[in-house]
Design a protein around this ligand. Sequence first.
Ligand code: SAH
Length: 245
Amino acid sequence: MRLDILTIFPGWFEGPLSTSLLGKAGVAGTLDTRVHDLRAWATDRHRTVDDAPYGGGAGMVMRADVWVNAAEAVWNDLPPEATAGRDQPPEGARFVAGGQRPRTLLLTPRGTPLTQGFAAELAAEDRLVLCCGRYEGIDERAHELVATDEVSIGDYVLFGGEVAAAVVIEAVTRHLPGVMGNAASPADESFTSGLLEYPQFTRPAQVRGRGIPPVLTSGDHGAVDRWRHEQAVELTRARRPDLLA
Ligand code: SAH
């Protein structure tokens, strides 16, 4: 899967994208990730990408023209110079703002909540573009012209879309073939089955006087499966009854 990330903090992604399974997916070629500095599409000496809100109020808003031009360059694999400072798409561009475009996710608290099911759906795409907002957010016209989807990672407000984009990338990458190895599959994890996962135990058998449920060492796989299912249902009923409904 190809991932393009648009952000004013490209350095932020160095750790998350190179660590553990995400790093391996990159090395293995499962993920082809490209991080783009939004400021490359600014046109002034100070590389400004924001301005004061029309109508007044606190904070700054990211400029729609910068976002539209950045997206058109990234979608069409063009260098920043090809689109920066323009008010129309580049000649002969395949993907254009407001028209046909790759799946482009704009991270925002008012977006569609990210779920395991939504992540699995996104994992079927060949290509995703992730747009990370900052400040008070992005000019509404860029929401309309750039995003195919608005995505939220939960009902709270972050400083920026970078953390949210990393969350989306991890949730999606777990669904890509080969990433989890044979041993683990997203099929029996929390939410996929509509339930939270059952409790897990490993050695040692005793920790501070606490043992493990005897069924797990009984050797009876049927009994283990039944116990795990009961536990999953019980946990879900206690903590997330909304998932059972
Ligand atoms: N004023 C906005 C919040 C801006 S937060 C509002 O009230 O809705 C700055 C940026 O952080 C946003 O543009 C968005 O990209 C990102 N962000 C913050 N919270 C987020 C969340 N829950 N999910 C996804 N992105 C989020």
